[in-house]
Design a protein around this ligand. Structure first.
Ligand code: IPE
Ligand code: IPE
Ligand code: MG
Length: 243
């Protein structure tokens, strides 16, 4: 591997050594539980526990942007009991972790339609976002009630409401109307639990991402698995259409 470009730099597009922005589809909680004969909610519990350690590990590695898919606009199709249980676990974790994340300089963002989420959940995430707004460390974006198609439609609506003239609409302007405004595009998308699809995640922002799929269920996706994903990424060649 060439060592001309320091880790963390995105300057060398061809042989990226370390990604700037990683986005994770945290899948497989249900199957993790099923394999152990446990209720699905236990799997979500283990998944949320893992979320805490994964954030800590990426922070130690010096990652700049981490985006986590925790609940999709399509996940409302699940039984109410599972939805309530999962959202409660996530809310608890946000409430418990916010101060620690803040002390570590982490900036928290929310991607998605906040208004449809339960009031307590909205309060927890809003408090976290506001408290950490000016932090300069790793940006952790939580995609809760997130859908890539919904995001694009929300952007289009805002652009129309603001009366932006069509000739002014280019990719840069469009970026600034997305939930992810101000975040760089995604370098690496990781999906756990073996499905080979993106399930409506960051369909605009991950248009030129590298993808890493692993069979490992989300609750088992630990630092060793992260290292494997990073190694795979460091061996990719990114071309962005050029030679
Ligand atoms: C990921 O685990 C969490 C969410 C999608 C909310 P799943 O609940 O999808 O787990 P599997 O895919 O059924 O194993
Ligand atoms: C994707 O997982 C959404 C999240 C991880 C939050 P799903 O389990 O909902 O995806 P599908 O339904 O298998 O595509
Ligand atoms: Mg799933």
């Amino acid at each position: 591997m060439s060592s001309r470009v320091p880790a963390g730099s995105s300057a060398n597009k061809k042989t990226p050594r370390f990604p700037t922005h990683i986005a994770i589809i945290m899948d497989g909680n249900g199957r993790w539980a099923q394999k152990r004969g446990l209720p699905r909610l236990e799997g979500h519990g283990a998944g949320v526990e893992n979320l805490r350690s994964v954030i800590e590990y990426f922070d130690r590695l010096g990652l700049k942007y981490l985006t986590l898919y925790g609940f999709s606009t399509e996940n409302w199709k699940r039984p109410k009991e599972e939805i309530d249980g999962l959202l409660n676990l996530l809310q608890e974790a946000i409430d418990e972790e916010t101060l620690k994340l803040h002390k570590n300089g982490i900036k928290i963002r929310h991607l998605g339609r906040l208004e449809k989420l339960p009031a307590g959940f909205q309060r927890a995430i809003t408090r976290a976002v506001e408290l950490t707004r000016d932090n300069k460390g790793m940006t952790v974006s939580f995609a809760f009630n997130y859908g890539g198609r919904a995001e694009i439609l929300d952007a289009v609506r805002k652009i129309i409401v603001e009366g932006v003239p069509p000739q002014k609409i280019d990719e840069q302007l469009f970026d600034s109307y997305l939930y992810t405004a101000g975040l760089p595009y995604v370098d690496l998308v990781i999906r756990t639990a073996g499905e080979l699809r993106i399930s409506n995640f960051l369909i605009w922002q991950a248009a030129y991402s590298e993808y890493y799929f692993t069979e490992v269920f989300w609750p088992d996706f630990d630092s060793k698995e992260i290292d494997k994903a990073l190694l795979a990424y460091s061996r990719r060649q990114r071309r962005f259409g050029a030679l």
